[in-house]
Design a protein around this ligand. Structure first.
Ligand SMILES: Nc1ncnc2c1ncn2[C@@H]1O[C@H](COP(=O)(O)OP(=O)(O)O)[C@@H](O)[C@H]1O
Ligand SMILES: [Mg+2]
Length: 356
């Protein structure tokens, strides 16, 4: 098991594009760390710098305490799994699994043993003599992972490996990758733009935004205490509602004293709003239902509220909600998240409820 330590890593591409602004990150041995963020935020750049496929403009990257900035990719002893599996089409599964080992001069007996072990772990034994064309997408993905496993690398790096698969298979492969990573006990960094994938896979996750890290934490920590409005919106599905306190007050909404009325953004998750009545201390709003999406047991209800630019999203039980109806929205104080409207940073306040 290996550690990866990133210190003030910056990347400026030619043409003066700054992709990373100075990243600090410590990945613990055996950890599955997920980098998540919108397209273009620098996830692939960071991963490729760790793999050695991209130069580091300044700062350091260390693997097991050794700075690898100028170490060749092959000598870093790290395996990368890509979205397009990059399998050799003219070789069997066995050939694909063995290829890298052969290149490295691993003897025949050792090769066979390593391939057999990987095939067993990945349940690829029945397919060893097939060509990639005769495999399903999920099986090909497993072969791609098998090629990484047989090398017994210090770490696995995954760059959106499941993007080409359909939703159901993606869900299955997610579970499989996590199980595999824990079985092999190998440090891994996994890149995705999909917050659900990030939440379900990660030991810890790193939310990135425009070349910076917004927050690092466990899925629960990020869900319960997002440090910025960006993380609040990005983590959770649908993301957190954000309402300006001053605009609500201007529309006659009664705000409790824990909510500063100037420069404060109130955050509340769709699953934390109650439609109708609730006895808890709360902010009470009224709004008109604009749209309803029935999910089955629950519905997503989109409500227009005076003083709020975007529709407020509510995850409500049942399907008895109708567009056009006026409803009461209860925002329990214990569920509020408060942010500085200017900086987007979470407000910490001694007098606020525990969840703030
Ligand atoms: N080879 C390159 N040359 C110039 N700019 C690049 C190159 N690769 C990526 N970029 C830019 O760097 C930023 C980060 O890209 P990338 O790391 O691919 O983001 P992500 O993987 O999060 O989508 C983007 O603005 C992208 O356009
Ligand atoms: Mg990318």
């Amino acid at each position: 098991m290996s550690s990866i330590a990133i210190n003030q890593a910056r990347k400026v591409y030619s043409g003066n594009v700054t992709a990373l602004h100075g990243i600090d990150l410590a990945v613990e041995p055996g950890e599955l760390m997920v980098l998540v963020g919108p397209s273009g935020c620098g996830k692939s750049t960071l991963l490729r710098m760790i793999a050695g496929l991209e130069t580091i403009t300044s700062g350091t990257i260390a693997i097991d305490g050794r700075v690898v900035n100028t170490v060749e990719p092959a000598a870093r002893d790290i395996a990368m799994v890509f979205q397009n599996y990059a399998l050799y089409p003219h070789m069997s599964v066995r050939g694909n699994l063995e290829y890298g080992l052969k290149n490295r001069g691993v003897g025949k007996q050792d090769r066979q043993a390593l391939v057999a072990e990987a095939a067993r772990i990945l349940e690829l034994e029945p397919y060893l003599e097939r060509r990639p064309a005769a495999l399903s997408g999920g099986q090909r993905q497993r072969v791609a992972m098998g090629r990484a496993i047989v090398r017994k690398p210090r770490a696995f790096l995954f760059d959106e490996p499941l993007s080409n698969l359909d939703a159901k298979l993606r869900g299955q492969m997610r579970v499989e990758i996590r199980r595999l990573q824990k079985t092999l006990d190998t440090t891994a960094i996994y890149v995705t733009h999909d917050q659900l994938e990030a939440m379900t896979l990660a030991d810890r996750l790193v939310v990135m935004n425009a070349g910076n890290i917004e927050q690092v934490g466990t899925p629960t920590e990020l869900y319960e205490r997002p440090r910025t409005t960006f993380v609040a919106r990005f983590i959770g599905s649908p993301g957190m509602n954000l309402l300006e306190a001053a605009a609500l007050a201007a529309h006659g909404v009664d705000l409790p004293h824990i909510v500063p009325q100037a420069g404060c953004t109130i955050g509340i998750r769709p699953e934390d709003i109650v439609l109708g009545d609730d006895p808890r201390p709360a902010i009470s709003l009224a709004g008109r239902i604009e749209a309803v999406e029935i999910l089955g047991k629950e519905s997503l209800v989109y409500v227009a509220v005076d003083g709020v630019d975007e529709l407020v999203t509510v995850r409500a039980a049942g399907g008895r909600w109708y567009a056009g109806a006026t409803e009461k929205l209860i925002l329990p104080l214990a569920n509020l998240h408060l942010f500085n409207s200017g900086t987007g940073q979470r407000l910490e306040s001694k007098s606020s409820p525990a969840s703030l």
